[in-house]
Design a protein around this ligand. Sequence first.
Ligand SMILES: [Zn+2]
Length: 329
Amino acid sequence: MDTGNSNRAEECGQLKTYAVGIDLGGTAIKYGISNHEGEIVQEFTRPTQATAPAQTILDDLADAARHGLEYAGQHDIPIKAIGLGTPGAVQVDTGFLKGSTPNLPAWKNVPIRDELMKRLALPVFVDNDANMMAYGEYRLGAGQNVPNVVCVTLGTGIGGGIVVEGKLFRGANDAGSEIGHMSICYNGRPCPCGGIGCWERYASATAMIERYNLLNPEQPVQSTITIFERYHQGEEAAATVVEEEIQYAAVGVANVINIFNPQRIIIGGGVSETGDWFVERIAQAAKGRSMVAAAEGVQIVRASLGNKAGWLGAAMFALDQLREQIGEV
Ligand SMILES: [Zn+2]
């Protein structure tokens, strides 16, 4: 499905450097072509074969990249690199996927970068999907020109990306920034990660839906959009769930403020799309729970790139890494 604006190709010309960015998700592979200033040439999406073997997913990613390269070739756009964001922990120097994700059961221990470079004959850069979303918001979205940013994604789970002095923070084994799995209750709800009381078991979209359907089993919901609709209609179960969500989200955001003292926290993901009012309520509650010195001046804002953040971040990451490594771009 083509959803972008192909006229941008002519406007952008050939002087700028372009990448294909890819965001591998549990249900869709989103990808597109952009230059280093975030000018989008075209974007695409195709379904993820989530239960397929790793080789099939690699082939699908390579097909997506080739599709982008073909499109770029037809419009005389030079592609210098491919960037990919994937669920799971990625060894960033080698592009090796270590960790797995429940949504893609066979997607683990995959030398993604080497396999894609073999298939595509272009430089490939791979990192965790939440890191790529954070990088996208930092480079082009709600975190532009702010060197210390934490990005929180309230979706099926809770993703986190941390930018410190303009660089992604990854930890000793490239497995850090998993803020959705900080425990907020020692004997709380079990989490598929093996932990107990993880933040995402309380404040993710999944948690909201589970909680709502427990309170109102007669009229169950499948999405948080319906919960927010019922909230605005004054329904009691929805009001309980949304007010709880604001407090649970605020607990985690307050922890982030106290630990990182960031300039800005960006809240994205499907749950945040309900509107600025929701993020403002979380911000107010979080600041009230934070230490005064850490909370002073912190800005808590809604993400601005929507579901483009992942692939755009991957494209920016690829071009920035390329420039760092070989002085190009
Ligand atoms: Zn967990």
